[in-house]
Design a protein around this ligand. Structure first.
Ligand code: 3HC
Length: 316
């Protein structure tokens, strides 16, 4: 029998597999830190999808037409599905779903900063599709190449669906931006509210991002927070201008030397405050999630009873 490989040999083989572009699968050897980082990131992502249903879900009953209502219902339902794929991906690493949910409901777990802002008008629903889903796609298209197989495969499907979300948002806001004075104001106000929080979605600047080094070393993140944010800015600024919208940043300028749009400073104090529970809607989001969880108890009990019944009958 050959001797058991040492930890260092296993680590070297693990890193060589990543360098060859192979996917790491659930039963494969992986460093504990890789597993922990993935569980952290995937569970935060799952929570973001689930909490993300709330700001838009609140508008289902107020959609201005049946067509818009159908689109919004489908979109909110998609987010629930994304949360499910992602909780499964975290479970494939040995995490217990109940622990993840408990961490969310107790306020211990993080979820995307963006869902701690209120949706004040119907145009916010469109702006979330255009800006928030647009930013999410930028980040998650990169993650389709992540080294962990179940996460990267979940991302392929999620990005396909997010693309519809982005397109319906862009279509809706562009229409309002060319509409009546009231519609134009509604679209502009929505951009004023969502612009800066959307840029924060990519995470803190690279110098203040404690997790990036290890995530990039092991092929989970393939590009840095600032790189993705800049790519997003370069793509979205011309789109918003083409729709006739004004970006709420007096320092915004096109730098001809680098070929990039440069924004003014991002308020990182606001970002840290929001992700630590001090945003305008943090308390309300957690209250709503706890209520939904309590309301769903009978469904979980019925499913558990059904599963144990199936187990008994399949034994007979
Ligand atoms: N919102 C909340 N917390 C954030 C954040 C954000 N936008 N960006 C960073 N943070 C937190 C991190 O979780 C980390 O906290 P922790 O160490 O306590 O876990 C801390 O700020 C420092 O940030 P880092 O840059 O070190 O963190 P990461 O390297 O993990 O990068 C990330 C942050 C870019 C968000 C990365 O985790 C990532 O790519 N995650 C997967 C994508 C994701 O979660 N997207 C959610 C978007 S919403 C969505 O998809 C719903 C759709 O319907 C729009």
């Amino acid at each position: 029998m050959p001797p058991e490989p040492t930890h260092d040999e296993r680590l070297a083989e693990f890193e060589a597999r990543i360098a060859r572009g192979e996917k790491i699968e659930p039963g494969d050897w992986m460093p504990d830190r890789y597993r922990q980082q993935l569980i952290r990131m995937i569970s935060q992502h799952a929570h973001s999808e689930i909490v993300g249903m709330l700001p838009e879900g609140a508008w289902i009953g107020h959609a201005p037409s049946l067509r818009r209502k159908l689109i919004l219902i489908a979109k909110v339902q998609d987010e629930a599905g994304h949360g499910q794929y992602l909780y499964h991906a975290a479970e494939s690493l040995g995490a217990e779903r109940q622990d993840l949910i408990d961490a969310l409901l107790s306020g211990k777990a993080k979820y995307s900063n963006i869902f701690n802002y209120p949706t004040l008008t119907w145009a916010d629903v469109g702006m979330i599709g255009w800006l928030v889903d647009g930013a999410a796609i930028k980040n998650q298209t990169m993650l389709t190449g992540a080294s962990y197989g179940p996460y990267s495969r979940a991302m392929v499907r999620i990005c396909a669906e997010e693309t519809f979300h982005y397109k319906q948002g862009k279509e809706m806001v562009s229409l309002y931006a060319q509409g009546t004075p009231r519609q134009r104001k509604m679209a502009q106000d929505a951009l004023d509210r969502w612009w800066w929080p959307s840029l924060m979605m990519f995470g803190p600047p690279d110098d203040d991002s404690p997790n990036s080094a290890v995530l990039m070393r092991w092929g989970i993140k393939l590009r840095s927070n600032d790189t993705l944010r800049q790519e997003f800015i370069d793509e979205i600024v011309p789109e918003l201008h083409a729709a006739g919208l004004r970006i709420p940043d007096t320092d915004l300028r096109y730098d001809t030397d680098s070929g990039h749009w440069r924004t003014g400073p991002i308020d990182w104090d606001e970002f840290w405050r929001v992700i630590q529970g001090g945003g305008p809607m943090n308390r309300e989001r957690l209250r709503a999630r706890r209520e939904a969880h309590d309301d769903g108890l009978w469904v979980r009990e019925a499913m558990a009873a059904y599963a144990s019944r199936l187990a008994v009958t399949s034994d007979q």
